[in-house]
Design a protein around this ligand. Structure first.
Ligand code: ZN
Length: 419
């Protein structure tokens, strides 16, 4: 039952708490025998949806089919689905109260490329969609979506023949002006491309080349952020199966322009008071992200995430024995930043799965995805801590505190511990 006027009473722990205990009972994350318990994250569901999503090309600007797939799956799971004009998805899962609602967001769009020019040699000059290095495009198989339909091809460095260019292959510069797309069709000159219906501005999708290994590693392009989408679907599937109740409405959001910075700028509703983005972490040198467990981002290039929301998510990991590590990203923004920059006064946090080689040859581990799905459920089922968030503006009553008192130290104990 919804109770608009009484968020404190909403979501009393009874049924929800029992379901969540069952969700956690079952041992190691990747143990498939755990599926004998129906109230757990289903790794087979998660990976099958991830495979299906990876199979649908969706560079930013060409996301309609991925939107259709995801919207249908949400409807199949029993959610009410709405789309914006361009296809961002907002699916509602009702809770006991409407406010302060929670949003979970991931993005359906991926990196890609676009035809910059039809070259006299019958090949295509490209620009990138999103920020990624042409170094990782060299050798990629790709689809070109022309007005006549899809063609296939390979992105090659300009000097691609070892027999012709010898050592110059290794010394040529890296960058988008130094690669070209060879279309697998008879195209010896510019006019041949026009005959095929290929034109400037056509969208190019890069093949993901996914491999799902038995040891749990998943190697593929575009795990950013199709793995995040699969995490959200897997969390929802488990919640629907276990009939988990939540104290407030939850909105499951899927955006279509994150890689170009637009993200969650136009998909929120005023009821949403907090927004948790699920996207990739970065397990590069100098980072604290890991390929296992949840990596909680504390800041990205747009600044710190919400103190209280991040703290709550960290504490939930502790309460439910979910591995967690914190990280800070320097060259990174997500759906959370675009929502705030668009003027939404929402608390934001960023939960990530550590990706090795992000925006390049990406690799993740299934265990991290399951950890994220579990945390997502615990978060949306948790009690509301900041009740005044139900209103967009209110007085000081119920406003939050941040810890500013001096930390207690026991120097004697410290000395003893050192000796
Ligand atoms: Zn992303």
């Amino acid at each position: 039952m919804r109770d608009k006027n009484n968020v404190t009473q909403a979501g009393s722990p009874g049924h929800a708490a029992l379901s969540l205990r069952l969700l956690d009972a079952g041992g190691a994350d990747c143990d498939k025998t755990r599926m004998q318990n129906p109230r757990t994250i289903d790794p087979d569901y998660l990976t099958s949806r991830l495979k299906a999503l990876l199979d649908i090309p969706s560079p930013t600007g060409f996301t309609d089919e991925a939107v259709r797939y995801t919207a249908r799956e949400l409807e199949r799971l029993g959610l009410e689905v709405k789309l914006t004009r361009r296809g961002a998805i907002r699916a509602l899962r009702p809770g006991a109260a409407q406010r302060p609602a929670r949003g979970i967001v991931s993005h359906l769009d991926t990196l890609g490329a676009q035809v910059k020019a039809l070259k006299e040699n019958g090949r295509l000059e490209l620009v990138s969609i999103g920020h990624w290095s042409a170094r990782f495009a060299e050798g990629a198989r790709a689809s070109i979506f022309s007005s006549r339909g899809t063609y296939r091809g390979t992105i090659l460095p300009l000097k691609a023949s070892g027999h012709t260019f010898n050592e110059e292959v290794d010394t040529q510069p890296v960058g988008w002006p130094h690669v070209e797309l060879r279309v697998d069709a008879l195209t010896h000159q510019r006019d041949d491309l026009l005959q095929l219906g290929i034109d400037v501005g056509d969208i190019v999708a890069i093949d993901p080349q996914p491999e799902f290994l038995d040891n749990g590693f998943i190697v593929s392009r575009h795990l950013d952020d199709k793995a995040g989408v699969a995490v959200m679907l897997a969390a929802l599937e488990a919640m629907q199966r276990a009939k988990i109740e939540t104290p407030v409405d939850t909105y499951w959001l899927f955006t279509i322009g994150e890689e170009v910075g637009v993200g969650a700028s136009a998909v929120l509703v005023p009821e949403i008071a907090s927004l948790v983005a699920i996207d990739n972490g970065t397990t590069a040198t100098g980072q604290n992200s890991q390929e296992f467990g949840v990596t909680l981002a504390m800041a990205d290039q747009t600044g710190p995430f919400d103190y209280h929301l991040s703290k709550k998510l960290h504490e939930l990991c502790g309460e439910h024995a979910i591995q967690v590590q914190k990280d800070v990203f320097r060259h990174y923004r997500s759906d959370a930043a675009s929502a705030v920059e668009a003027g939404h006064d929402v608390r934001t946090a960023l939960l990530t799965f550590g990706v090795d080689g992000s925006h390049g040859y990406e690799r993740i581990h299934l265990q991290a995805l399951i950890s994220l799905a579990r945390l997502t459920i615990h978060y949306v089922a948790s009690e509301v801590q900041i009740e005044r968030d139900a209103e967009e503006v209110s007085g000081l009553r119920g406003f939050t505190h941040q810890k500013v008192h001096e930390a207690k130290q026991d120097l004697k104990a410290d000395e003893q511990a050192r000796s």
